[in-house]
Write a protein that binds this ligand. Sequence first.
Ligand code: SAM
Ligand code: SF4
Length: 421
Amino acid sequence: MRRGTTSVRRVLKSVVERGRRTTRGDTVFQRAFFVRACASANPLPRWDRIDFDADGGRPGRVEDDEKADTLRTHVLSTKRREKNTPASQYYSMLTDTFGRHHDYLRVSLTERCNLRCLYCMPEDGIDLAPKDDLLTTEEIERLVKLFAREGGVRKVRLTGGEPTVRKDLVDIVERITKIDGIEHVAMTTNGIALKSKLDALKRSGLKSINVSLDSLVKAKFEFMTRRDGLEKVLNSIDEAVRIGIETVKVNVVVVRGQNDDELLDFVKFAKDKPVNVRFIEYMPFNGNKWETRKMVSYAEMFDTIQNRYPSIARIPDETKSEIGKNFQIDGFKGTVSFVTSMTNHFCGGCNRLRILADGNLKVCLFGNAEVSLRDAMRVDNATDDELKTIVEGAVKRKKAKHAGMENLAGMENRSMIRIGG
Ligand code: SAM
Ligand code: SF4
């Protein structure tokens, strides 16, 4: 049945826009205050002298980040306008008002998890959405098809909670890899229940896996994840490499006083294994007890590593939306990267959107504006055209950048386990 504009309006109106948006600005004064506060809490005060920009290691300054980011966004959109690139020309559904085209979709499969990481899961746990509130296999497939066909999405990452606890995981991967336009399906997992699923996942077309691992010391692993399991995670990583998963990355969230003393051990981990070890700056989310002094900056991590491995050298970014700053070290099979969401955000090149396990579309990891695609599909029986209108509206409302690192900690947002990274 064909629907008219009234119907589109009705669906749009009934879709719930959840969460308040921050109205706080990101001022140079606040940034300077935050940087000073961090520096005084930090025994290695290198905050104010990062960064290496994408074209090969020219140092910049934190104070210039905002200007640089605005400029990058402007240059990017101007270039796209001039070139009239296919992405923005044909896929307006996922192109925002700053010219950023979003071709990377992260899909959270569940809010459940078999670990309880301190930096992710609130101490009191979370109120899990009832199973019936989560997207079904078919709904996930329908949305990915729509995002690929109408929006030009080419890469999908499955995440959670812990995606391996979902029984239909392999089926979901199989369905997504078959969708026209999808070139790359990846997954982020804690690796606990991964090993036995690896063969089937590889057969179904999964190309890359990020395994989260925050300590190589058994007791500390248990402390940080509130569960046992180091051996299982290490075995999963080895098996993924052995069976030839194209890309295997190891995600390490670095928290001062917990695992910052293991930086060099993690670098060594990449010496004999062809894996990419990614050090992630600790980010604030609801209930994760984030504090400025617990965060170890990219600059500080880099100094520690460079002191031990002076040959560390930047690998040029493959794409402008690359979020990791990638490095190689002489004689290493693997590589090392830094994800610098806190001290050097990458909003200007952002190409990501998130569909959460409950079917909400989240256009920014740090923004709390969400729109329910599940309700549109289930309650309003939305057609693909109507869904397209809803998605396009949300993407067009995406802001140029997140609220600024000094504002993020006080912002209302979901806990990380309910977003999926
Ligand atoms: N359970 C899977 C896992 O742990 O890989 C997937 C979901 S987890 C939420 C996705 C990623 O987010 C993980 O790599 C995790 O380390 C990262 N993460 C969680 N909380 C974080 C925080 N507060 N700051 C930075 N990264 C975080
Ligand atoms: Fe679970 Fe991943 Fe969050 Fe750890 S980081 S609690 S493994 S969802």
